[in-house]
Ligand binder design. Structure first.
Ligand code: AP5
Length: 223
């Protein structure tokens, strides 16, 4: 079975957290445009230079940048077994471009999983998030605490807070999500691939709901 998945949801909904276990269990790559852009900023590339000002403000990077990234990434050989798009598409033009790419590749979408979380939980999740600058592991000071405070479980590196995880930027990101990304719920609902998942509760509870939604979509597609 090859899975073509999209995770939608507001900033801090837990897309990356849930994507990690889905990708591990199903043997597919996690494609996060946020991670790709942060990597480009760290490496000091032209792409990173263009994206940084938008990310610092909590605004979306331009569609043409993101569509270019996706065109290159989806052609790579590890995507032949399927993939999970984490945080992309985020606008209707991005969704239309991804749809055209998948059509060219002859790969139908298995499911678009939208993780729904109330704003007050989002703020608590994002402001408590810490990540490892070396291997990208994501923690939360309260909900997913590392074994040693402030240190990565895997490599012991000191954890950092993302530059766009301040309360002010999060409020901007939430506003941008509602204006520009939430319309994708209707876009995918019309295409009958949308699965809405309640994102409240523990990481394990949500993982069970997400796995169930993907399995149900995959069996519908297979039948
Ligand atoms: P991106 O990196 O994609 O950020 P985001 O969508 O805002 O999502 P996050 O990574 O903040 O959250 P998440 O849903 O993955 O949550 P996580 O699992 O980490 O994008 C950043 C920026 O890049 C954008 O603002 C934009 O500028 C640019 N960009 C990226 N893609 C773009 C695109 N397609 N178009 C244009 N611009 C783009 O969880 C959050 C925290 O909560 C963690 O600490 C976690 O441990 C904790 N947590 C998770 N689940 C639970 C739970 N159930 N209970 C308690 N805590 C939990």
């Amino acid at each position: 079975m090859s899975y073509q998945l999209i995770f939608l949801g507001p900033p801090g909904a837990g897309k990356g957290t849930q994507a990690e276990s889905v990708c591990r269990d199903r043997g597919i790559p996690q494609i996060s445009t946020g991670d790709i852009l942060r990597g480009a900023i760290k490496a000091g590339t032209e792409l990173g230079r263009k994206a940084k000002a938008y990310m610092d403000e909590g605004l979306l990077a331009p569609d043409d940048l993101i569509i270019g990234i996706m065109e290159e990434r989806l052609r790579q050989s590890d995507c032949e077994a399927g993939f999970l798009l984490d945080g992309v598409p985020r606008t209707v033009p991005q969704a239309e471009a991804v749809e055209a790419m998948l059509e060219n590749l002859g790969r139908p979408l298995t499911a678009v999983v939208s993780i729904d979380v109330p704003d007050e939980d989002i703020i608590a999740r994002i402001t408590g998030r810490r990540s490892c600058p070396k291997d990208g592991m994501v923690y939360h000071v309260q909900y997913k605490a590392p074994r040693t405070e402030g240190r990565c479980d895997l490599c012991g590196t000191e954890l950092v807070q993302r530059a766009d995880d301040t309360r002010e930027t999060v409020e901007n990101r939430l506003r941008v999500y509602k204006e520009q990304t939430a319309p994708l719920i209707d876009f995918y609902s019309e295409r009958e691939v949308l699965a809405m998942v309640d994102g409240r509760g523990s990481i394990d509870e949500i993982a069970a709901r997400v796995a169930d939604a993907i399995d149900r979509a995959a069996s519908r597609q297979g039948s």
